[in-house]
Design a protein around this ligand. Structure first.
Ligand SMILES: [Zn+2]
Ligand SMILES: [Zn+2]
Length: 629
């Protein structure tokens, strides 16, 4: 196929541009030319190439025609306006690229890409513009450093992927089936495999963060029916560990292929996986399923895709990711299989409703035959109050607690609910001139920092603030805890946001142990609790909690603090929103398959969807296979 491409390219590119070679590199077709300046002098060339090859095209100057980095830096500095606030210029010769990190990437690009074009024409280096987060993020700088350092390995890997995608199958696929390996009639260890006679694609590969049942901790990869090295692609919907937490394991045991996700999902999952591994390593009852180097391997094998981009991931499957409204970078996966023989939409976790941070989940697709939908709050009684009521309830609890001299403890996930709740407080405190300290413990600050590197993934209102360098996450009401928790526990009335969200471990327990006995304090639940989690038990009325104290002994902690449950902040759709999603998704699917929900909720929702919309609806169990076509 590359040979065909070469012929077409030669016909389009004038000889004076000096076409040298063409490579399939990951999702891109890379065309090398000796005279990139004369190439760009013909405005229509790129368009002509894209429409002739129907692929994403990258034009690169041959190594010999690029000027030396030192002279290039001079030109770059002269060309980019000072206001762009460039922080870093790094060369990546393997890809013929120069990475320019700036506070204002728009100014590096210039009107209609003018500034970029100037740099490319004068230096031969293709510019990769990267936004500097307004809050420093060690995850982002680590990810960028690793990708640059491992450029050679990454190039080899991408060339390999490119070749595989360009292959031709002997005969077209005659069937499509899907098997649930985890996350079916349960929340946790989400993992589905979509299979045809020619391709094998994994949708998510998570762990169960609830460690009380070890037999359900990981997806059932042993029943895959083929070896891990035979998987063609892994698609990751979002960074939460119940979707991403087991991907490094694949790399530890023979997988060598790509992981497709959005750029923020790549960064957030590395952050969460590193944290998870740290916790497992500290817990003597658990065996770590993989090592840091496997997380690193996954990073080198990640190919990012933006919302709405249509990409070929195997010779017969096209992938498009859409906004899921759940957390930063969360995506709905659309698979177009075998020339449209079948179209599958997998929602991942999604919010079809209002949040401060994201637009509601996408619902318009070119085609849908099967909808694989989450059902976390699909139960009969899972109807949440509206957001305004939830917000005023939360504010009331805070006011009452602070007035009586107490502290408010809110267990949260580092990614998602933390930022949502932060925005609620930031807005209310600013409007009403209130000054109560809000402490952030766990990785909340780091997760918020990653949000500031991807403003285009946030709702317009928040995006504007981040772009104007007035990110609400940086408000001075927030203080990141750096060790001294006793001071906060003994100090003035305050609000404490701490991980883990279901109280399965993490700093929240340190606060809980000391704040629980005092009835002036409050504990507020704002997110999902799995049925076996400590959070759920306290929610349900457990008032004496056995916890390990500082001497390593089990101690019973009396819960005298007020316990509240404030629903409505969830990043998941409630029952009404799930039903509205099925009703409104276009085109209308022929079949709905439900996942990511406790058994009774999934089965009840399946029954209701079938009755209301007359659509065949399944609620498979783990290990069930369904033939889709
Ligand atoms: Zn999630
Ligand atoms: Zn989930």
């Amino acid at each position: 196929m590359l040979k065909d491409f070469e012929k077409k390219i030669k016909k389009i590119i004038p000889t004076e541009c000096g076409f040298s070679k063409v490579e399939a590199e990951g999702l891109n077709i890379v065309i090398y030319v000796d005279d990139i300046k004369s190439f760009y002098e013909n405005d229509h060339l790129i368009k002509d190439l894209a429409s002739a090859l129907k692929k994403k095209i990258c034009i690169r100057a041959t190594a010999a025609s690029r000027i030396d980095p030192e002279s290039a830096i001079k030109i770059i500095k002269e060309t980019i306006p000072e206001d762009a606030n460039v922080q870093n210029i790094k060369f990546n010769p393997t890809f013929g690229k120069v990475n320019i990190e700036a506070m204002k990437p728009g100014l590096v690009i210039g009107k209609g890409g003018e500034t970029l074009k100037k740099i490319i024409e004068k230096t031969g280096w293709v510019v990769d513009v990267q936004r500097v987060p307004t809050m420093e993020s060690s995850t982002i700088s680590g990810v960028r450093k690793s990708l640059l350092k491992e450029a050679e390995k990454r190039k080899k890997f991408l060339d390999n992927v490119g070749k595989k995608i360009m292959m031709r199958y002997d005969s077209p696929s005659s069937w499509v089936k899907m098997t649930a390996l985890g996350g079916a009639r349960e929340v946790g260890r989400s993992c589905f495999v979509v299979e045809t006679p020619n391709s094998r694609v994994l949708l998510d590969c998570g762990i169960n963060p609830d460690i009380s049942d070890k037999s359900k901790m990981y997806p059932m990869l042993s029943d895959l029916g083929f070896s891990l090295s035979d998987i063609d692609a892994v698609i990751l919907s979002h960074a939460h560990l119940d979707h991403s937490g087991f991907i490094p394991y694949l790399f530890a045991y023979g997988y060598d292929g790509p992981v497709y996700c959005t750029p923020p999902t790549r960064d957030l999952s590395v952050m969460l996986q590193m944290d998870y591994l740290g916790l497992v390593n500290k817990n003597s009852n658990l065996t770590p399923p993989y090592t840091i180097s496997d997380i690193h391997k996954q990073l080198i094998h990640t190919i990012t895709v933006n919302y709405g981009e249509v990409v070929d991931i195997t010779p017969e499957i096209k992938l498009t990711l859409y906004n899921a409204g759940h957390i930063l970078g969360s995506a709905i996966t659309h698979l177009h299989i075998n020339n449209g023989q079948h179209n599958l939409v997998y929602t991942g976790d999604m919010k079809f409703g209002f949040t401060q941070l994201f637009d509601p989940a996408h619902i318009q697709f070119p085609r849908v035959e099967t909808l694989l939908m989450e059902s976390t709050y699909g139960g009969k009684n899972d109807v949440m109050p509206n957001r305004r009521d939830s917000e005023s309830m939360l504010i009331d609890i805070v006011k009452k607690t602070i007035e009586r001299g107490g502290k408010v403890l809110i267990p949260v996930f580092a990614v998602g609910r933390s930022q949502e709740i932060m925005l609620v407080f930031e807005h209310y405190f600013r409007e009403n001139d209130i000054n109560i300290p809000i402490y952030l413990d766990g990785m909340i600050r780091e997760a918020s920092a990653i949000h500031t590197a991807y403003p285009e993934y946030l709702k317009a209102k928040v995006r504007k603030k981040v772009l104007a360098n007035r990110s609400p996450f940086e408000s001075e009401i927030f203080e990141t805890v750096k060790g001294d928790r006793d001071k906060i526990i003994e100090g003035e009335p305050s609000i404490i946001l701490a991980t883990a969200g279901m109280m399965s471990g993490g700093p929240v327990l340190e606060y809980f142990k000391q704040l629980a006995p005092d009835d002036k304090n409050s504990l507020v639940f704002v997110g999902y609790m799995s049925p076996l989690s400590l959070g759920h038990k306290i929610q349900r009325g457990l008032r004496e909690v056995p916890l390990v104290n500082n001497d390593g002994k089990i101690e019973s902690v009396k819960v005298n603090m007020e316990v509240y449950n404030v629903e409505g902040f969830s990043g998941h759709s409630d029952r009404r929103q799930l039903l509205a999603y099925v009703k409104n998704i276009t085109p209308r699917p022929n079949r709905v398959i439900l996942c990511h929900g406790d058994e009774n909720k999934v089965t009840n929702l399946a029954y209701t969807i079938n009755k209301l919309f007359k659509i065949k609806t399944d609620a498979p169990m783990v290990l069930d296979s369904l033939r889709l076509k």
